[in-house]
Design a protein around this ligand. Sequence first.
Ligand code: AMP
Length: 500
Amino acid sequence: MYDANHLIRQLRESSLEREEAVFARLPNGGTVTSGALFAGAERMAAALAALGVQPGDRVAVQVQKTIQAIELYLGTVMAGGVFLPLNTAYTGSEVAYFVGDATPRAVVCDPARLEEISAISGEAEVLTLDAAGQGTLRDLADGQPGFEPVSRQADDLAAILYTSGTTGRSKGAMLSHDNLASNSLTLRDYWRFTKDDVLIHALPIFHTHGLFVATNVALFAGAQTVFLPGFDADAILETMPTATAMMGVPTFYTRLLADERLTRDRAANMRLFISGSAPLLVDTHEQWEGRTGHRILERYGMTETNMSTSNPYDGERRAGTVGFPLPGVEARVMKDSAEVPAGEIGALEVRGPNVFQGYWQMPEKTAEELQPDGWFITGDMAKIGADGYVTIVGREKDLIITGGFNVYPKEVESLIDDLPGVLESAVIGVPHPDFGEAVVAVVVLEGAGTSAEAVKAALSGQLAKFKQPKEIILLDALPRNTMGKVQKKALREAYAGLFD
Ligand code: AMP
């Protein structure tokens, strides 16, 4: 049983002998065993098959985070389908683009949006699943018998995840069964996850981090999860003494640090805190160690590549870096078609079984970024030190070119962040009549604060003139998306007219 389906077979292996082992602890005090999870997934698969979902068909899903949504993910893959999760924040017109582009056989949405989503879903079957895991899909699934997973090979598609699309149209990253399986197995071993782990799972499941890194690693390890519908400091702190690991975005860590209940005692049972999806400030890393005694393990990845690098489990977890390429993954830094010397900044490329199959129906975009020899141009700027640690400097498109000179925002941000009275900053390029672009710093203050003049004065001794911000803007908070990424595009738009 299950043997024919590359990903499902492997996900199932760790729990086959332990049907009663708990996979998820739910907020209402209930639990879901591995056996129940896979039985639920089989019923979802049978429901999808009854709706006509054939191998290779897309199933688009915009629903709240529930165990039934995880069953739907597993069920889609069991039915041979391609799981296509959508951010719950997407509006009807955004969903219309994804549905038009991916032409799914079925669309699953929240009942409150049934009418709106039905109107834009064309030929697709539209079903519902709500925040309690109920709806027309559940009704259909509940009446189904078991299901024998459809045969799927390593290279067959398991999922399409649309990238956040900060420039141009959102692109659908095609991920194969083995992209997902190989990466999660590597992470399980690298981070030493076992059946004794209890993972705090508070990330959304429409993104690679919560869906694949957290869920698949837990399943592969046969570990338990504390399954939370979203970030909730009270729930996380309450559960921490009985948990062993947490995966979070940097904002999880800053928000928890703001809570005085976070103490060394409370974190005593934890063995691992992992951060990714956006840069973790060195300051956060240090404060976390001071408060809990744990050094956060930072890793780096993206929708197209799953996880590519990670700080070591045993060795030095170096703040401000994303560690080493994972076993089986290669990384290099390129400039003008050649690898740069150690420590120099360039365009980061990665290659390995983690790298996706291309962008859905965008052969030209795929050819621009995924080279014939397998190296994928990530779009991130980075450097690799002589000792092998990788440092991400930022997205290439965030690079500022002012008067013909390159400015890497991170260099300026790091200096500003170190100043007393500064919490964090974002440095952007804004159109300028003389320089093409001008360096502008958006700064969030903390504690007693400081002034724009003081920031300018402090930088003048430390940075070449062309790197110094021409303007400092003070804000109460930086705009961030649900994954904690600073939205530089929104900042660039907001201040586009600054030098008109
Ligand atoms: P996404 O495809 O939404 O997961 O976004 C991937 C992007 O997030 C990467 O290309 C990086 O720019 C950024 N990113 C992910 N992890 C890190 C990290 N640990 N440090 C810095 N940037 C990161």
